[in-house]
Design a protein around this ligand. Structure first.
Ligand code: MRU
Length: 338
């Protein structure tokens, strides 16, 4: 990923430390966090300093290697890390891949590094596949952030946009703001700006308006977990986007690496949905010009209760196709890919 003139990954290993881009400070402050313990890594995942399913998976894998360097029991580290974010399947994939490799006597760090590299390769392939569906000037709607910052590099849903840009197709992206954490307006917009891609941020509730006016050619979103029947858990609001796309006859694509599939979930009903703090809904966090720093402000009556489900389930029948590194398939064919 390009930030200014420098190429970065979102999650990487350097000098015996796990390095992460501190995402809640973006787009205002670019800061790299250097982490030396698995406990700090667990906190970074639960507080969403790092977020997005594959980025969480890679972080958890490196965190298992940190546990080994700390001389801690890997089973306990796996337990602590596994309690951070319940919906993202890649979290469990990353933890278990390293834990099982350690039990076989393999090098934890090498395994974590391979997983990070595999994520990058899967993103490149999804980018090529997705871009093949995009015509010149294609107008894509996306929800949340499923770009570089949500993966190790390139992204899932945004990877085709970046590839299409390289191919000279001049894509345009409608960026849903994605309340309450605003991963769209904070992170996707930041990525697209850095990459020089034409885009516009809209409030979540404006998306169906543009869809119904024929101003969106396709929807591309990521996934936090995919069930065997092709139901998909992704950021809250993805289901609304799929319903609007269905009503307007707009193709709806989900992009994710195969590691996001959960063979234990027969359908979306089996996927656990994370519920986050009430405060995320009743406050906003952002840059304040007058104090010159990041500030949190209360936007709802402090005593009004709120509800904050972080993900929803989009049923397979609303999804045109799922794009993984293995190809573009109908949701009903996902189980056959395993
Ligand atoms: O709560 P977040 O920001 O971790 O949610 C992220 C998403 O919902 C992404 O769409 C998903 O993880 C896919 S990322 C390539």
């Amino acid at each position: 990923m390009r930030i200014g003139k420098t190429e970065y990954r979102t999650v990487w290993w350097e000098k015996d430390q796990l390095c992460l881009i501190n995402q809640p400070l973006l787009p205002h402050i670019f800061e790299i966090l250097r982490i030396s313990t698995y406990q700090e890594a667990a906190r970074a995942i639960s507080e969403m300093t790092v977020r997005g399913a594959p980025a969480i998976g890679a972080t958890a894998a490196f965190a298992m290697a940190l546990a080994l360097f700390q001389g801690e029991d890997p089973k306990i580290a796996a337990q602590v890390l596994g309690q951070t974010r319940p919906t993202a399947q890649d979290l469990f994939y990353g933890i278990n891949r390293v834990l099982q490799a350690m039990e076989r006597g393999e090098d934890a760090l090498e395994v974590a590094q391979s997983l990070a590299d595999e994520y990058v390769q899967a993103s490149r392939t999804m980018g090529l596949l997705g871009a093949s569906l995009m015509a010149q000037g294609c107008r894509v709607s996306t929800h949340c952030n499923a770009g570089w910052l949500a993966t190790v590099d390139w992204g899932t849903a945004l990877a085709p946009v970046y590839r299409a840009q390289h191919q000279g197709k001049n894509p345009f992206v409608w960026v849903d703001e994605t309340r309450p954490r605003c991963q769209g307006s904070r992170l996707s917009a930041y990525e697209l700006l850095n990459q020089g891609i034409d885009h516009r941020i809209i409030a979540d509730n404006a998306m169906a308006y543009y869809m119904s006016r024929g101003e969106i050619d396709m929807v591309m979103v990521g996934a936090d977990r995919i069930a065997l029947n092709g139901d998909v858990a992704n950021k809250i609001g993805t289901y609304s986007s799929a319903l609007a796309a269905h009503a307007a006859g707009v193709p709806f694509y989900v992009l994710a690496p195969m590691t996001t599939m959960d063979p234990q979930c027969a359908s979306g009903e089996d996927i656990p949905i994370e519920h986050r703090s009430e405060e995320e809904v009743s406050t906003m966090f952002g840059w304040c010009d007058s104090t010159g720093r990041m500030e949190k402000v209360q936007i709802a009556p402090p005593n009004s209760p709120t509800a904050n489900p972080a993900f929803d389930i989009t049923p397979a029948e609303l999804i045109t196709a799922i794009i993984t590194e293995r190809g573009i398939v109908a949701p009903s064919r996902m189980e056959a890919l395993l």
